[in-house]
Design a protein around this ligand. Sequence first.
Ligand code: ASN
Length: 352
Amino acid sequence: MGALPGAPLQAREMPEAGSATATGKPNVVILATGGTIAGAGADASNSATYQAAKVPVDKLIAAVPAMANVANVRGEQVFQIASESFTDAQLVQLGKRVSQLLKQDDVDGVVITHGTDTLEETALFLNLVVKSDKPIVVVGSMRPSTAISADGALNLLDAVTAAGSKEAVGKGVLVTMNDYIQSGRDVTKRTNIVPSAFSSQWGPLGMVVEGKTYFFRAPYKRHNASSEFDIDTIESLPLVAIVYGSGNMFPGAYKAAVDAGAKAIVNAGTGNGSVPGYLVDTLKDIRGKGTLVIRSSRVGDGFVLRNAEQPDDKYDWVVAHDFNPQKAKILAAVALTKTSDTKELQRIFWEY
Ligand SMILES: NC(=O)C[C@H](N)C(=O)O
């Protein structure tokens, strides 16, 4: 139903800067990077045994003709790799391409097809560094397209739907997996094998159903257009290492990270990001010599509080708030491109 004469247009009907036309379909670019969504197995029963990063972007697009109902879609092959092989150099390259595309008036949204193993790192990275309110959606699949009940086609259709939707504008990087719209900031891969692999302790933002987005909440933390980080000015990321906490640890794991040139170590500590008593001096020493110590937790959910279990103020350590270790690593690397002041770093961990 159209608007009544003289009545204000509803948000959904408003033409947007950059949209093809007020009534036309949005223009969405798919940047393909590989992963299982581009994977192929020998047999339809192979849901877990297959080769990732085989199918090129034009074939991915041709396999989901329903995308043409929701957007004008074109594709670019950026990489063709499994996401466990992503490096920081590739993150930076991808981020710059997303930023470049979103500056174009003829691009309304970008979808990145990606392996699921490190999808959450890429989603957070783009959420921090691409200065645009236009939708950015990262998507993968848990089963290759050759498998029975493959999940990639619907996930991709949902991603394109979200990338072209006005409701997704300003909501930060999104991840569309298993019908849900998740925030790229905090979504994480929690199980392997099954399609319901991705979730966040703070819950999904909404769903995509039959080519339409339904949002129920919006992210609160700083992201994208309101971020102080800008991929256009980032050429590389400093090395950040994660050391996994357990019983019976040894100092060499932390020292190896320092020797490799790590500018920060994320302690994926037990419980509250704890540090074993017999390793406190090692970490104090490492911090004293210049490497940052960031306390996260191997638990996955919850969040690490300052000065809980360890006196962070006294030792000049930082806590990772609710960022899991792999996300804390990304935020630390991005933050370190601007500052190595621990007060500033702690502010950044609270704000993003
Ligand atoms: N489901 C997947 O995409 C897993 C694969 N190893 C990848 O991350 O590329």
